[in-house]
Design a protein around this ligand. Structure first.
Ligand SMILES: Nc1ncnc2c1ncn2[C@@H]1O[C@H](COP(=O)(O)OP(=O)(O)OP(=O)(O)O)[C@@H](O)[C@H]1O
Ligand SMILES: [Mg+2]
Length: 253
């Protein structure tokens, strides 16, 4: 693939061969806290968070802006390390893993749809979606990436760079990329935040089809309560803490 900046890419995906195994609790979060230190000040944004997520389930995390949803999602996916407590993802304890090993876990098991997309600006839409496939050594990565772009309605934008795409189009490339490694667990931070109603319906359907057909666990952060009520469980956050955790009667799509 042309011009791939491997170091940038390895930051997210790494290249660690891990064995497949089945666990019924795919995510376990115990007493997790996060404190940021900057300019001599420390700011605690997550306080003693506890929850488990069953494999193949769908969970929403909701809460006001600044309540810590994105921070929590990043810790659960191994993008960053918790300051206190413990996170076990697919049977692997993330607490003591270094950057490279966490990147390996992500490449093997995790899809992540970022609130701000995080596409690589020097790669086209097609290349962005191909990256995780290439790192896994998949043959036919080009066709698979094209297929995924087609699913999110972007077949005709495959050669565009992120800056040549609208916000909603970038979001859909980010969704196609998150699907590309057939993740066991998909973390989605406001996956429909920039989309019109029709495109949003298409993306929701793709997410829930993945959950139903492939058993991919979904952990969605959203301000859209209609979307939240389509999952079986809603975790509510406020001020960096979980204030409720309820099983819901999922609405039909
Ligand atoms: N790197 C950082 N350094 C210092 N503070 C941070 C950092 N990242 C996030 N924060 C702070 O942590 C808090 C939680 O942020 P976070 O992005 O997790 O909120 P959120 O619930 O996702 O909000 P939104 O709904 O607006 O996306 C905020 O007050 C934010 O300012
Ligand atoms: Mg956020």
């Amino acid at each position: 693939m042309r011009g791939v900046k491997i170091r940038q890419i390895v930051y997210f995906y790494g290249n660690l061969g891990l064995n497949e195994s089945y666990v019924s609790t795919i995510l376990s979060v115990k007493d997790v806290g996060k404190t940021y230190e900057s300019a001599g000040n420390s700011l605690t944004v997550l306080h003693r968070i506890n929850f488990d997520v069953e494999a193949a389930s769908a969970v929403s995390i909701v809460g006001p802006s600044g309540s810590g949803k994105t921070t929590l999602l990043g810790l659960c996916a191994g993008l960053d390390r918790a300051s206190t407590g413990s996170i076990v993802l697919n049977g692997i304890c993330l607490d003591t893993l270094g950057e490279d090993d966490r990147a390996g876990v992500r490449n093997q098991y995790v899809g992540f749809i970022f609130q701000n997309f995080q596409l690589l600006p020097t790669l086209t839409a097609l290349e962005n979606v191909r990256v995780p496939l290439e790192l896994r050594g998949e043959r036919n990565s080009r066709n698979r990436a094209l297929e995924l772009l087609d699913k999110v309605g972007l077949a005709d934008r495959s050669h565009h760079y992120p800056l040549q795409l609208s916000g909603g189009e970038q979001q859909r490339v980010s969704i196609a990329r998150a699907f590309s490694n057939s993740p066991r667990i998909l973390f989605a931070d406001e996956p429909t935040g920039n989309l019109d109603a029709e495109t949003s319906d298409t993306i929701e359907r793709l997410l829930f089809d993945l959950n139903k057909d492939m058993g991919t666990t979904l952990v969605l952060v959203t301000h859209d309560m209609d979307l939240a009520f389509k999952t079986q469980r809603i975790i509510r956050m406020k001020g960096g803490a979980v204030v409720s955790d309820e099983v819901t009667q999922p609405k039909e799509l």
